[in-house]
Design a protein around this ligand. Structure first.
Ligand code: PMP
Length: 321
């Protein structure tokens, strides 16, 4: 488990990468990060075949406590992913929410990233193996800005990927195996000195980035690809649409062609890890000011207010620990 965890958290981009949390939760118990209980056997189906599902959740310092953002929605999506992958999680949604709260409480940092992971454990080798036990684990790590603090101010450079998001991969599921595509697309972009990859769908329309959804701003309106596209139904995406509409701004779920993207006034990525990351360039083309656009900047501020508990209208999205 330790190696799997290290692999997950050291291969990603951010310079301020996670230090391990002190306690992890596994199958109902809090154990030390380095303990034998936090490790897995080599005959673990998830390791071989990618069969497993996970979530990415953030908690923030808010009102001198820790506040987990949209916990119930993330756990709901974990169960939806498991159901798409035909995996039965041996807990209830509320039980797993409680376990996440316990794990956050047991780790001594104010803000960070939570990784619930459902994996299929030791049994026989082979896809036909029947005796794989479904395990649940929860890790918590401190984690700063995904693309670095500078990127939140200045924006990132995106590259259109040669990899394509398809409906075949069950794109609505955060299945472990799906992330091979994200890894490869990100690798390709980084090898060419870009910060992230933009994946199109099979029709050549804009889908999403390697681990975030995408928005454009045109004439003051927000536009993001619809859920019928092969994208993950991002919780940050939903947050932005909800908040924009609540405050009277138009937000549309519409197909975006690469041509429309190039003509946008602003563009940003959003996700639990990426939060709201401005895009300043795509394939060498610079947007408007070449830095954070006005509406993107406003949304970043509004998002920060919400996750830090300073906007009481969205208190129902916060679980205080
Ligand atoms: N797309 C993909 C492929 C992702 O992995 C993520 C991160 N979970 C997102 C979009 C953004 O989703 P969320 O806002 O729920 O984190």
């Amino acid at each position: 488990m330790l190696r799997l965890v290290r692999a997950i958290f050291t291969n990603q981009r951010s310079a301020k990468m996670a230090q391990p949390g002190e306690k992890v939760w596994i199958d109902g118990e809090l154990v030390d990060w380095n303990s034998p209980e936090a490790k897995i056997h080599l005959v673990t189906a998830t390791l071989h075949y990618g069969r497993g599902v996970f979530e990415g959740i953030r908690f923030y310092a808010a009102k001198n406590k820790k506040a987990i953002f949209r916990l119930a929605d993330h756990v709901g999506r974990l169960f939806a992913s498991a159901s798409l992958e035909n995996l039965k999680i041996p807990y209830t949604e509320v039980g797993l929410q409680d376990a996440i709260i316990q794990t956050v409480a047991a780790n001594n940092f104010d803000a960070g990233y939570i990784r619930p992971l459902i994996f299929v454990g030791s049994g026989e080798l082979g896809l036909r193996a029947k005796n794989g036990i479904v395990h649940a684990a929860i890790l918590v790590v401190p984690w700063g800005a995904y693309h670095g603090e500078d990127a939140l101010r200045k924006g990132i450079r995106l590259m259109t990927s040669s990899f394509v998001r398809t409906q075949n991969m069950l794109p609505k599921s955060k299945a472990c195996g799906n992330y091979i595509l994200s890894y490869r697309a990100l690798d390709e972009a980084r090898a060419r000195d870009f910060d992230d990859a933009l994946l199109l769908d099979e029709c050549g329309l804009v889908a999403e980035a390697s681990t975030s959804n995408i928005f454009i701003v045109k004439g003051g309106k927000l536009i993001t690809p619809p859920l019928s596209s092969p994208i993950l139904a991002g919780i940050t995406r939903d947050t932005i649409i909800t908040v924009a509409r609540d405050y009277g701004r138009k937000a549309y779920e519409r197909e975006i062609s690469p041509r429309k993207l190039r003509r946008a006034d602003e563009c940003f990525l959003c996700g639990t890890a990426a939060e709201i990351t401005p895009v300043r360039e795509i394939d060498g083309l610079i947007f408007g000011p070449g830095t954070t656009g006005e509406i993107t900047g406003y949304l970043q501020w509004a998002y920060r207010e919400i996750v830090s508990g300073r906007n009481s209208r969205y208190n129902h999205w916060l679980t205080y620990v």
